[in-house]
Design a protein around this ligand. Sequence first.
Ligand SMILES: [Fe+2]
Ligand SMILES: [Fe+2]
Length: 166
Amino acid sequence: MATEKTLNDLFLDTLKDIYYAEKQILKALPKMARAAQSEEGKAGFLQHRDETQAQIERLEQVFEMIGKPARGKTCEAIQGIIAEADEIIEEFKGSVALDAGLISSAQAVEHYEIARYGTLIAWAKQLGHKDAIPLLQATLAEEVATDKKLTQIAESSANAKGKRAA
Ligand SMILES: [Fe+2]
Ligand SMILES: [Fe+2]
């Protein structure tokens, strides 16, 4: 019964949500790397793909710590963000604005992840899942660093390039 649910259930549901999301992101990043025009963009997406693989493994450790099987739960939010990225790849293919668009999609992904990990860390603290906290914090730090790097690529080159006609 819904009224019997607690923060524990929310924690597990949200863990499943981000586990599903990370797996979708793992599949999307090589596609974004292939689409990116700049070498810096390509390298950035591929590096974050490797980080994402390690993040998935950290989540599996967290599932193990709380004694639950590692299972994803369909996350429509990430599906929507990735669908928008696909749309940009399709609609801006060959245009000078493609990389600026790809970066904007990637930043939407990072902000979703930052929101999720921030919440999971707060709830892990509340629930006394002490061993999970450093794992979740390590991933959050990578997501924040990725977001900053994307801003830097956008501001140093992709946005200006996007203004010019091909
Ligand atoms: Fe991630
Ligand atoms: Fe990320």
